[in-house]
Design a protein around this ligand. Structure first.
Ligand SMILES: [Zn+2]
Length: 491
């Protein structure tokens, strides 16, 4: 029966109007931020927070340096972690000591800063050096906005916008654009309203448009707020950090973490290429000049390059130099020794220049993926000039030969743990070996040199000279001397 009185209808309308008015005062996206601030301890203390100091440790993954493209990243154990966030001035700095878990001889210290858009590194001598804009964009998330206190505080700012409310399981997500124009997605637990994740996109020269996601857990009371004692970060599909804070200090005086004035006034550096040329045998050129070298090999009717390393600036400069040295012969292929990002950083540029890549068969899937990934945040050579990747693979041992040259490309089963999908190149007539990361004259590892030399002997190589991707050209007699210097004498 439709027996609803006018009074009832009016009551309904009043409730509906009140609800709508409530919504227009606080849109649901905004409510997510307000609730998150409340869960952290209240909007007022979040807004007035000035500084946060985090001490702890954990692990760090070495992106782009795994043993094989489908293997886990090598882990560093992190100690002496100190992360200072100057909320009031939009600055952050993180320092840590790192020791590789599987190889304690590999260790370093990092001291990275971000000061309101300017990224800088401080070396062991205390010298600060400005980093490029791509690094600065990543640091803005890594060191600053991917902490829930900094992010919610920024979202509470009058100039910030919050949009795209959605749910994924028990996580409520909103997109925040800070008053500075930075875009970060915040995820909060739908029950507790505590922030559980932050996501943002940044540009990675190898991976292109890349998602960075930091998750927050183990919330604890810190001077009236609740803050996470554990933060884990994933870059694309790779876990790169798992950090635990054993001490958190809120609003204490922190050291000055501003970028030094000479860093701030310096131009943000962009990659530069310096390619030197040395003809090491007729028709064989060593293209050096920086940390990662290449070798150009001439054949009867074409040229082949070994290694297109680092980044597209270096790779394009090396390719241009190769074409300049023998303009009458086409440069057709580039051998890529292994998949590590510093050695494969130029493959997209090489594809854009029409070169076929030659690499170990285990690298194929990764290289095909890298060739296809979107590069819209920064348009690289391949994004500007899209081409299908042509990839040839070597499983074990392959020799290419014509009237002018013989070149052997072989898999190095190095047993040292550096890379399982590593190729090296041998020129039998010139008795030249070209390798990357197996031996570096600037920091030789005799134990590894012995393992690798065994492989050279098994393959019957009669090496006279190492013309390497890293370090200096070294006679093999010198290689053997260094190798034996650390061998225990047989009893
Ligand atoms: Zn490597």
């Amino acid at each position: 029966m439709y027996n609803i009185s006018m009074k009832t209808i009016t009551a309904f309308m009043l409730i509906a109007a009140a609800t709508l008015a409530g919504c227009s005062r606080t849109p649901p996206e905004r409510q997510v931020i307000d609730d998150a601030a409340e869960a952290l301890g209240g909007a007022a203390p979040v807004r007035s927070a000035t500084a946060l100091l985090l001490d702890g440790g954990g692990t760090n993954g070495d992106l782009g340096q795994n043993r094989a493209p489908d293997a886990d990243l090598p882990l560093f154990n992190v100690s002496e972690l100190r992360h200072a966030i100057d909320l009031a001035n939009r600055r952050a700095r993180r320092s840590m000591n790192r020791v590789e878990a599987d190889d304690p001889t590999e260790s370093d210290s990092q001291n990275f800063g971000w000061d309101n858009g300017v990224a800088y590194n401080i070396d062991a001598k205390g010298m600060a050096r400005r980093q490029g804009d791509i690094v600065a964009r990543e640091r803005q998330a890594e060191l600053f906005l991917h902490h829930p206190l900094a992010l919610v505080r920024a979202a509470l700012d009058d100039g910030a916008t919050v949009s795209n409310l959605r749910r994924d399981g028990d996580t409520t997500l909103v997109d925040i654009t800070t008053s500075q124009g930075e875009m970060v997605t915040l995820g909060v637990n739908s029950e507790t309203h505590l922030p559980v994740l932050a996501r943002s996109m940044f540009y990675h020269p190898n991976l292109g448009d890349t998602l960075r996601e930091t998750t927050f857990s183990d919330y604890q009371a810190v001077s009236g707020l609740r803050l996470p004692a554990r933060m884990m970060t994933r870059v694309d599909r790779y876990p790169v950090a798992d950090l635990t804070f054993t001490r958190q200090a809120l609003n204490e005086a922190i050291e000055d973490i501003s970028a030094p004035s000479d860093v701030r006034s310096a131009e943000a550096p962009t990659p530069v290429a310096n390619v030197t040329v040395q003809e090491v045998a007729p028709g064989v050129w060593w293209l050096a000049g920086q940390s990662h070298h290449s070798v150009l090999v001439e054949f009867s009717d074409h040229l082949k390059l070994i290694e297109v390393p680092q980044n597209e600036t270096r790779a394009l400069a090396v390719i241009a130099k190769a074409r300049e040295l023998r303009p009458d012969k086409p440069l057709t292929k580039a051998v890529v020794t292994h998949h590590h990002f510093d050695h494969s950083g130029g493959i997209r540029a090489a594809i854009a220049e029409g070169l076929t890549l030659v690499t170990h068969e285990r690298n194929r899937a990764l290289f095909e993926e890298l060739a296809k990934r979107p590069h819209t945040i920064v348009q690289d050579a391949l994004a500007r000039n899209p081409r299908e990747a042509r990839i040839e693979t070597v499983a074990d041992d392959m020799t290419v030969k014509d009237a002018m040259r013989s070149m052997r490309v072989f898999h190095v089963i190095d047993g040292t743990g550096h890379s399982d999908s590593m190729l090296a190149v041998y020129l039998p007539n010139e008795r030249i070996l070209v390798q990357g990361d197996l031996f570096n004259s600037q920091g030789p590892n005799p134990k590894r040199m012995a393992i690798i030399n065994k492989r050279f002997e098994e393959l019957g190589l009669r090496i006279q000279r190492h013309v390497p991707i890293h370090g200096a050209i070294t006679p093999h007699t010198e290689y053997l001397k260094i190798m034996r210097s650390a061998q225990p004498t047989a009893s």
